[in-house]
Design a protein around this ligand. Structure first.
Ligand SMILES: [Fe+2]
Length: 196
């Protein structure tokens, strides 16, 4: 009999312990001091700035997916593919920024309602827009990210946070500048069939 009870207890361990809850072990506003030879003041400044550029990068990423689905017209196929390529690249940036925030001892924004509350990129309508409007909207979003990223990069360099400066310059600034080049060339008014 005792042996049977023991078997039941062991089998119980296989039961998934779902629907558990507890308080957060790190609130969003709390910063953990990490052993990376940076003061908490410097880390906090970088975390705050990175969460802003994270929210804007999330938004820009999602703007690309919206346009990937909703694009129409003679350039549909090339833009459908280009928008998705840029979406994937922005998605990699989202991951790199969020992981940098965690490395600094902070908490990265993650969920859509929090991103919507934080981003400074203007909200796009739900419906479909013409290609020149889609591209203009994307270029404006890129410029917002580039402007803030340059300011944040200078601040990070000044305060000695070289890792954050490198992420902002090498990945965010250079990546966004390249995407702007690819996008902006679609708004250059050169003849399609007959030279002027
Ligand atoms: Fe797709």
């Amino acid at each position: 009999m005792a042996k049977k009870k023991n078997t039941e207890a062991i089998v119980q361990r296989a039961r998934p312990l779902g629907r558990q809850s507890a308080h957060e072990f790190q609130a969003f506003t709390e910063t953990i001091t990490m052993p990376i030879a940076l003061s908490q003041k410097v880390a906090r400044q970088s975390i705050e700035n990175l969460n802003q550029v994270l929210a804007d990068t999330f938004t820009l990423r999602d703007l690309y997916k919206k346009h990937h689905w909703q694009v129409g017209g003679p350039t549909f196929y090339q833009l459908h593919l280009l928008f998705d390529k840029h979406y994937e690249e922005q998605n990699d940036l989202v991951d790199a920024i969020a992981e940098r925030i965690q490395s600094l001892g902070g908490v990265g924004l993650a969920m859509a309602p929090d991103i919507a509350e934080t981003t400074i990129i203007p909200r796009a309508p739900r419906g479909r827009e013409e290609v020149p409007v889609q591209i203009s909207r994307l270029l404006h979003a890129h410029e917002i990210v580039l402007e803030e990223a340059r300011t944040m990069a200078r601040l990070a360099a000044k305060s000695g946070d070289d890792g954050t400066n490198d992420l902002l310059v090498s990945d965010i600034i250079r990546g966004n500048e390249k995407q702007v080049w690819f996008l902006s060339q679609h708004l250059v008014n050169v003849p399609l069939l007959k030279a002027d």
